[in-house]
Design a protein around this ligand. Structure first.
Ligand SMILES: *Cc1c(COP(=O)(O)O)cnc(C)c1O
Length: 467
């Protein structure tokens, strides 16, 4: 299996070669040259597998340049810090089943992909005999998932910028309690956009990027997208009976269109998915796109700070991979759409609007702060379960699309403990923290404070990077 760019300007590359790259050289995203497919017989055979075994099968369709035994070893190692099932399913009221994606070390679904990414990037670096210094900016979940997945790796170090004083106490503790030599937390005197601009400036200096072996593990990373495909198969296998060819629907709390894109890939591969329901919060550019066909990203100033903060995104970096399929894999049309976006601030696929649902099964909806509170309350009352605000956005929108006879699965993307304030506001309950979490919250913190200054960051990286 080779990977090509959505914009057509990249020599086909094997899986391991695309892992360490961000954007393709032509500004596009890496996509499979042909989407792998899975038939009914194979699906039935997969019912007997554990999660790591299934992951090796599914990822083996994408990573054909990695021997299967190596993949199996990596998926086994990736999912050890999880409960035995890795992704448990549980029913709540209203015919909805939650798919538990937040059982990993940082209590959010990003662990599902990052834990595998940590394994496979180390593996690819070993094969090449090289090292990598990850430079990233985070407003919370991504940074902690990356650090927990990459801590202690010999060939990788992490430089993670975060806006000083703007993360929750829980998020700060998750990152800053790490005491590994290869993890560098940098609190920048600024907001998230300042952090991101620093990353762009340094990564845009190609000479510096090359000499310092800089790389990224952001949400366009192909290893992350493919690792997320696995749990759609897992959930389908757990929620259906042997021998049936039951279609079911998934609702996905969405921001960067990474998670739901993986579901879309699973559907394209032949998994019987009826609908993929995209749930947005108040930052609903994607809901707008799937309802109207017009995609109009918003600026950082127009992006609201909400109580489901990991979905506060107004420019969905993975959408380009969906558009590539929408235009029947014609790179010239993808390039034209992004040129339009640059020139006029939006692109328009209203002519294809009917296909979004009919052909691709994607529908969407929006949830607000009041909806989140009401949904957390209603689920708690009817089912005794406490769900996090992002999952609540999912449940709220899922309820609008439940059909009789079609199981509706909602992806649980975080644990409520991460968002205790909103839980208190919704149901007036103080959440219990495990002894392990309390220890983390009380642990000494390791962070370097820095001015919003590219020269200072350069000097820091030159001193601490692996060479
Ligand atoms: C990242 C994140 C999301 C959004 O996922 P995308 O892949 O960006 O669409 C939703 N919920 C939580 C808790 C997250 O951390």
């Amino acid at each position: 299996m080779q990977y090509i760019s959505t914009r057509g300007g990249m020599q086909p590359l094997p899986y391991c070669e695309t892992l360490l790259e961000g954007l393709a050289p032509d500004g596009g995203l890496a996509v499979p040259e042909v989407m792998p497919t899975v038939d009914g017989e194979t699906l039935e055979r997969w019912r007997a597998l554990t999660y790591p075994q299934l992951a090796a099968e599914v990822l083996g369709l994408f990573a054909t340049d990695i021997p299967r035994a190596d993949l199996a070893r990596m998926t086994a190692a990736a999912y050890t810090d999880f409960p035995e099932e890795v992704v448990p399913l549980r029913e709540i009221d209203g015919g909805i089943t939650l798919v538990g994606l937040s059982e990993g070390p940082t209590l959010a679904f990003k662990d599902m992909a990052m834990q595998f990414l940590g394994q496979v990037v180390e593996y690819a670096l070993e094969r090449k005999g090289s090292t990598l210094n990850i430079l990233g900016a985070t407003s919370g979940d991504t940074g902690s998932a990356a650090e927990h997945a990459l801590r202690g790796k010999e060939r990788i170090s992490v430089f993670m910028l975060s806006p000083q004083g703007r993360m929750s106490a829980f998020q700060r503790a998750q990152m800053f309690s790490l005491d590994d030599e290869n993890i560098h937390n940098i609190a920048v005197d600024g907001v998230f956009d300042d952090c991101q601009n620093l990353v762009k400036e340094l990564a845009g200096d190609l000479d510096f990027k090359r000499t310092q072996h800089l790389g990224a593990v952001n949400s366009i990373n192909l290893a992350r997208i493919t690792a997320q495909v696995v749990y759609y198969f897992w959930a389908w296998l757990r929620a259906t009976d042997a021998g049936g060819w039951t279609e079911l629907s998934f609702t996905v709390p969405s921001g960067n269109f990474g998670n739901i894109l993986s579901g879309f890939y699973a559907k394209e591969m032949g998994l019987p998915i009826r609908r993929l329901v995209l749930a947005a919060n108040e930052n609903n550019v994607l809901d707008e796109f799937f309802r109207t066909g017009v995609y109009r990203p918003r600026s950082a100033e127009q992006t609201l700070a909400t109580s489901s903060p990991s979905m506060d995104i107004s420019k969905a970096s993975n959408l380009e991979r969906f558009i590539f399929e929408l235009v029947d894999r014609d790179p010239a049309r993808v390039t034209a759409a992004w040129r339009e976006l640059d020139e006029q601030g939006f692109f328009d696929f209203t002519a294809d609007l009917a296909r979004f649902e009919d052909e691709f099964g994607i529908v969407s909806g929006t949830s607000t702060h009041a909806d989140r509170l009401e949904t957390i309350r209603a689920v708690h009352e009817a089912s005794g379960e406490i769900i996090d605000p992002h999952t609540a956005d999912g449940v709220k929108v899922a309820r609008e699309y439940v059909e009789s006879g079609v199981p509706m699965l909602v992806l649980e993307t975080a644990k409520p403990q991460k968002f205790a304030e909103t839980i208190r506001e919704a149901i007036d309950v103080e959440l219990e923290y495990s002894a392990e979490l309390r220890a983390m919250l009380d642990a000494p913190q390791h962070v370097t404070e820095m001015a919003d200054d590219a020269a200072a960051l350069r000097a820091f990286i030159e001193t601490h990077a692996l060479h």
